[in-house]
Design a protein around this ligand. Structure first.
Ligand SMILES: [Zn+2]
Length: 339
């Protein structure tokens, strides 16, 4: 039971604290979950050896569909969705070439003369990319799922991990797919292609950007135009309104949860909780000194309740502390919660 809770906590942290410039890590997480349920397991606490060959197969299966050009209904254009913040990921480009050459499915691919080359390239992508990077959380290796023993043609899931993947398969796959989807939607190039569809989530569950802009003048004012995180002056065009408790963690806009920060500080903080010194700053600024001002100024646009904001913040930090999550201090700088 303890391990199952630790497993879920780890997966949650991995999705927040991992560095996802491409979608490969989501694919690997998905693949690991698949591999665990695709074979019988008699001993729940056993280790599980996973051949890299099996992961290569899984990767190709997962990306095969993605290597077809996408076009939104009613929009004429058609193109491959980018799966990397930079250039297209190698696996997709390769699979696309195979599809152009008339290969229609994985079976045909395996029988085609290109297979050995595809196999080698995918294997090296796996090794250079997600395999030894999936478990880097907030820039540090934390090998909870499998130890990093390189130079073998398999990895070994630690004792009990395969059982956790089996037990929480739906949840892990749901989380991996959802994060994968969001990554694709966040890449600028894709947004023209996806069009209306990506706006649906924002529309239903997203941030009201217009309302957010209402919060800007008052926050800049009470912070004397100083970024709450790095304490340096902000230029007006670069000011971001940051959800102190990240929106991805708690998505109700409470008036006291907003702070003003540099766009760059805001981007670096992403979905992390801020370090304790920032929390003290936020607490003093928004819940003590300027609590009433914020309620008065923002009450027309947002739900304002200091007690609720405090409760949500206490909840978020107590979870972080119990899971050993890393808190964001500054760009590329983290600390462990609870220290
Ligand atoms: Zn800053």
């Amino acid at each position: 039971m303890q391990q199952q809770i630790a497993f879920i906590a780890y997966i949650q942290r991995l999705l927040v604290e991992g560095d996802f410039s491409a979608t490969y890590k989501y694919a690997l997480l998905h693949a690991l979950a698949d591999v665990c349920i695709e074979q019988p397991m008699e001993d729940e606490s056993a280790e599980l050896t996973v051949e890299l060959d099996t992961l290569v197969d899984k990767f190709i299966l997962l990306y095969w569909q993605h290597a077809m050009p996408f076009s939104a209904v009613g929009v004429g254009e058609e193109a491959l969705l980018l799966q990397n913040a930079g250039k297209q990921s190698k696996v997709i480009s390769m699979l696309y070439q195979c599809q152009l050459a008339g290969i229609r499915n994985i079976r045909q691919l395996k029988e085609s003369p290109s297979w050995p080359q595809i196999y080698r390239a995918t294997l090296s992508t796996l090794k250079e990319g997600p395999l030894w990077r999936l478990q880097i959380l907030s820039k540090q290796e934390e090998c909870f799922l499998y130890p990093h023993i390189k130079g073998k043609n398999h990895i070994k899931l630690s004792a009990g991990i395969a059982h956790c993947f089996r037990r929480f398969y739906d949840l892990v796959v749901y989380l991996a797919r959802n994060a994968w989807l969001q990554k694709i939607q966040s890449i600028k190039f894709n947004q023209d292609l996806i069009g209306q569809q990506s706006q649906l989530q924002d529309f239903l569950f997203g941030v009201d950007r217009n309302a957010l802009n209402r919060a800007k003048p008052i926050l800049v004012d009470i912070q004397n135009n100083i970024c709450i995180y790095c304490q340096k002056p902000m230029k007006e065009e670069k000011v971001a309104i940051d959800h102190f408790i990240p929106f991805s963690r708690y998505s109700t806009d409470l008036g006291h949860n907003f702070v003003a920060a540099h766009g760059t500080c805001n981007n670096s903080k992403r979905d992390h909780l801020a370090a304790l010194k920032h929390r003290e700053k936020w607490h003093e600024q928004n819940l003590i000194v300027h609590a009433k001002t914020l309620s008065a100024e923002l009450g027309g646009y947002f739900y304002c309740d200091e007690q609720k904001s405090l409760a949500v913040s206490n909840w978020a930090y107590s979870v972080a502390s119990s899971t050993g999550a890393k808190l964001w201090v500054a760009k590329n700088e983290f600390m462990t919660a609870g220290q």
